[in-house]
Structures are given as C-alpha cells and as structure tokens.
Design a protein around this ligand. Structure first.
Ligand SMILES: [Fe+2]
Length: 511
C-alpha cells in the first residue's frame, strides 16, 4: 500500500538529542515564551476543556449538537496530525514486526536509563517532589477518563471482532474491582498527594481527554479511528517505565503507572489485543486501504496534544509558585487586614490582581519574606503556613505547600524531600524513602482500611438499588441501557458503576 503520510517517524517519546545524551529532562525546562508554535497549539486546543466537561456530563447520552462538536474537534486534530510523520507500518502485515521493534528499542533505552542511574546520574524526569506532583496534576484530565476511547464499542458488544477491545475496556475499569479501576486509582493518587485543583488547567491539558471522550461519542462513524487510537495508546512507552521508577524513588505510589506496564504487555496484554483487533477488523468487502488510512489517523490522534514528556518538560518552579499563589488570590484578597503591607500596598491590593503575582513575589523577595535557595525553617513566609504560630495554616493543601517549600529550597529540592513543618522540634528535610520500601515496612502494621470502616453491605448510592431492580426484571433492553449508562466514563468508578462492571466482566468471560 502506498501512503506517503505513513512514512516512518520518530516515536513521540523517542529522546531528543539532548535527552539521548542523558541530560535530565528537568534541566532542559525553561519558562515558556509566547511564540508562534504556542499560539498554534493554543488555537488547536481551544474549547477542549468545555468539550471535555460537556461530554463527561453527558456520559452515555451526548445529544446531536454535542456529537457534532466532538466530531469537529476530532477532524481539527486529524488535519493537524496528518502534517506529522507517522511510524505505523504502511500495511497491517507489518504490525507484529513493528511492535517487536518498538518493544526492543524501549527495552534497550530503559536498560540504558537504569545503567546511567546506577552510575550516579540524577533523575531524568523529576527535578523535585513538586515537579513530580505537578506532572500528576498536569496529566490528570487525561488519566481521569482513562479507557474512554473504547466506551462507544459497548453498543456493538455482541460483535466478536470487537471482543478484544471490549475486554480491554472492562479491564481498564478493573473488572469492577475498586483497587484495579484505573480512573479510581488515579483519583486516589491525586487525593493522597493533596492535588485538589487539577481541573483548573488550560485547554492544552484537556486535548487528549477531549479526544478520547469524542471518540466514544462518535464511535458509530469512527471505528477505524478508535482501533488506531487504541493501537497507539496500548503500546509500552519508555516514559511510562521511567515515570514509574522515579515516582517510586520519590516515595510516591507508582501503582497507576506500574499497572500499565503489566497490563499493556505485548505477550498477551492490551498491546497484543490492540494489534489483533486492528487486523481482525479489516473489512473483507469494503475498501481496506481506506480503512487502514483511517486506522493510522486514529493512531496519530493518540499522540495529539500535550504528552507525558511535554507535561514534564513544561514544569518551571517559579511558574508553579505563581500558579499556586494566584490560585488562592481571590479568597486571599478579602482575608487580610489593612496593616499587612508590603512595599506600601496592602496584601489585599496585591492579591486583587492574580496576573500581578510575579510582582508580588518579587516584592516579597525584596522584603526578605521569600528567599530563594534558603532553609524553609528560617523562612518568614513558610512560618506563616506551617508551624506553631502559622497564621495561614490550612490555606494551602499538600501539593501547594510542596511547591512553595521546593521553591524556597531552590536546587536543594533536588533531593526530593517532602515538606516539613517549621517551628520548634522541626525536622530537617530528609530525602524520601522509596515507595516500595515504605510499603513493605508498613505491611501488617494495620489491616484497617475504608472498607473496614464501611458497614457491611451498606451503600448510599441510589443507582445501586436501581441497578439491582433493573437486573431483576425481565426487560433485557433495560438491562443493556442501565449497564451501558453505568459503564460510561463519568459513572464506572462509583459503587454502582463498579457493580455493573462486574456483571459485564462476568458476561465477557462466559461468552
Ligand atoms: Fe489504563
């Protein structure tokens, strides 16, 4: 098959020349400057958050107007991604070799990474703990709809050609096990790290999630694209391995990421199923070449928008500080009394203008409230937030505190230490204990969990009783509608959604 657009391209996570030389990604970060490329990416991303929110809200029932918007968003990105080189084989019979070659190069690159770390190289991705937390926040809109691109296939669940893909979707949902549901795992990770305001991000952070939800809303017209998207998404990337390794090292639970290393494996996991689905769904009567071209479009869409390494490289600790302080400016501008003055202006006046946060921080620096590269235990600003007489105690959550703490410490924050309180008896910052070691040490200490706290069999989820009633009836059409609704991207991680998923998982295994 001749298709110049399918010429080989460097895969998205292939290292840039600097990264290939082993330079930590964190060292390459710089403050973004407005330029033409940024303007273009902003224009392409425009409306992504509104579309994401509307599709999630609609769950299984997007109306015609919303589906039109979703389709238009996909077409905008299809056009954009067609301008980029694509490494998918020009014909499906090259897929197996392509997958093996990718796996071999990813494996070799990861081994080289491990060897460099063993030889003393610094972390490649995360310059500090707040850098890692900022990454978890930046990719949250994508991770919180994980698997959604496959949801629309449930309408054709009896089609044997789609079996591999539907099985993949239900496994993304953890087969209804709350400890394995990918979205629920990510929600818990954000909660445990104190990342509360993840939704407050620019359109660029919503592009991938909006594309995934759009594919789900338009699957009846976009089956080849869904198959191609899945093919791209379910391959094992180098960044997943490095992310999991460095999060663990920083004492942050890497389960969400390690789970994807195991479930996406090429021997029998999602990657293998993705490949088989691409081949088995090729049409016998309709135009195969046109179908494959659209599979390639879908594959390219899985690389659209801000990816993992982009989100990591975009971090800048000063920008993160301004974002954290600016995020509280609205409430703060009303909360201070008039005798709190910095350089002649009341704190309320400074905070009334979130865009002027940079000037406020500069003034705080000039007055010695904030000293970059210093010990937070000696910081007047940190003492306002943490410690015995902290007048602003509780204003910021753990994520925000870590950003402020690391900004004060400057380069010393590269040890990854979690923040500590100031005041008498305060500990010095200490490098984190690897998550796997902390978990091993804590094992058996207590069997208490939220499940223990919950009363046996009790639930306040009104959909659960309704689901049980519907499934107890003889109306099979209603069974299907209830299960599809509860397996929707907005619902599947709740109590009723998990129970509905367990029913569907059982049906799939019995099929
Ligand atoms: Fe997943």
């Amino acid at each position: 098959m001749q298709n110049t657009r399918l010429a080989r391209r460097a895969i998205q996570e292939a290292p840039t020349p600097d990264l290939a030389a082993g330079a930590p990604l964190a060292l390459l970060t710089r403050r973004p400057t407005p330029d033409a490329a940024n303007e273009d990416s902003r224009a392409l991303a425009a409306g992504a958050r509104a579309l994401y929110d509307a599709l999630l809200q609609a769950n299984d029932r997007p109306d015609a107007a919303l589906r039109d918007q979703a389709r238009a968003f996909i077409e905008r990105w299809r056009t954009e991604m067609r301008t980029k080189p694509c490494d998918l084989p020009a014909a499906p019979d090259g897929l197996a070799a392509w997958q093996q070659a990718n796996l071999a190069s990813t494996g070799a690159a990861y081994q080289a990474y491990l060897a460099s770390r063993k030889a003393g190289a610094p972390r490649r991705y995360f310059s500090s703990r707040s850098h890692a937390l900022n990454f978890l926040r930046a990719v949250a809109p994508t991770k919180l709809v994980d698997g959604a691109w496959l949801y629309g296939l449930l309408h054709d669940a009896a089609n044997p050609h789609l079996n591999d893909l539907i099985l993949t979707y239900v496994e993304e949902l953890g087969d209804g096990d709350p400890d394995k549901n990918h979205v629920l795992l990510y929600r818990r990770l954000l909660d445990s790290m104190g990342i509360v305001d993840w939704a407050d991000q620019p359109d660029e952070s919503y592009v991938q999630g909006a594309l995934q939800l759009s594919l789900a809303a338009c699957t009846d017209a976009l089956l080849p694209e869904v198959i191609g998207f899945n093919l791209g998404y379910e391959q094992l990337p180098l960044h997943l391995l490095i992310t999991a390794y460095e999060l663990d090292e920083l004492g942050i639970d890497p389960t969400y990421f390690t789970l994807h290393v195991t479930v996406d494996n090429a021997a029998g996991g999602h990657a293998q199923r993705a490949l088989r689905a691409a081949v088995e769904n090729l049409p016998a009567l309709a135009d195969r070449e046109a179908f494959w071209t659209r599979v390639a479009d879908g594959y390219m869409l899985s690389n659209a928008g801000q990816g993992t390494t982009d989100a990591i490289a975009a971090f800048d600790r000063h920008e993160a500080l301004l974002q954290v302080l600016g995020g509280r400016a609205g409430e703060g501008s009303l909360a201070h009394s008039d005798y709190c003055r910095i350089e002649g202006r009341t704190v309320n006046q400074w905070l009334a203008d979130p865009a002027g946060m940079g000037d406020f921080v500069a003034a705080l620096e000039r007055k010695g409230w904030l000293v970059p590269g210093s010990d937070p235990a000696q910081s007047r600003f940190w003492a306002l937030l943490q410690g015995e007489h902290a007048s602003m105690f509780g204003v910021f959550g753990d994520y925000e505190l870590q950003v402020i703490y690391d900004w004060i410490r400057g380069n010393a924050a590269s040890d990854g230490a979690p923040f500590v309180r100031s005041g008498p008896g305060a500990r010095a910052p200490a490098p984190p204990r690897a998550f796997r070691h902390a978990r091993r040490a804590g094992r058996g200490a207590s069997a208490l969990s939220l499940t223990t706290l919950a009363e046996d069999g009790s639930t306040l989820d009104p959909d659960l009783a309704e689901l049980r009633e519907v499934l107890g009836s003889h109306d099979l059409a209603e069974h299907g509608a209830a299960l599809r609704r509860l397996l929707g991207p907005a619902m599947h991680w709740g109590t009723a959604g998990l129970e509905a998923t367990r029913h569907v998982a059982q049906m799939l295994r019995a099929a």
